[in-house]
Design a protein around this ligand. Structure first.
Ligand SMILES: [Zn+2]
Length: 103
């Protein structure tokens, strides 16, 4: 949970409780959060289908890596595919978002 203070009014709120996702153009959605008091919106990042596919892949590889580690595989080796998927995800996010939003 991340508590933030609104830029536009004195309210403080939990980001996760005030998230929204909305389509901006074909295949692209923006994800942000909205102040529950004044309605001020902050866009956190944008997503497209490629990013959603990669997010699912990262989640899958994370489960797989955890299973391997529990089975006694060396962490570095168990997480190789996970790190590869995370780095592809980061590249796609950077490309779509130009790294201006929340770092
Ligand atoms: Zn506010």
């Amino acid at each position: 949970m991340t508590q933030v203070k609104c830029d536009k009014c004195p309210a403080g709120f939990i980001v996760q409780d005030n998230m929204f996702t909305r389509p901006v153009e074909y295949d692209v959605e923006e994800v942000g959060f909205r102040c529950p008091e004044c309605g001020d919106e902050t866009i956190a990042y944008k997503l497209d289908d490629e990013i959603k596919t990669l997010q699912a892949k990262v989640a899958r590889e994370r489960t797989r890596a955890e299973r391997r580690i529990r089975a006694g595989v060396e962490v570095r080796k168990a997480e190789r595919q996970l790190r590869k998927a995370q780095s592809m995800l980061k590249d796609s996010m950077d490309k779509l978002n130009d790294r201006v939003a929340l770092g």
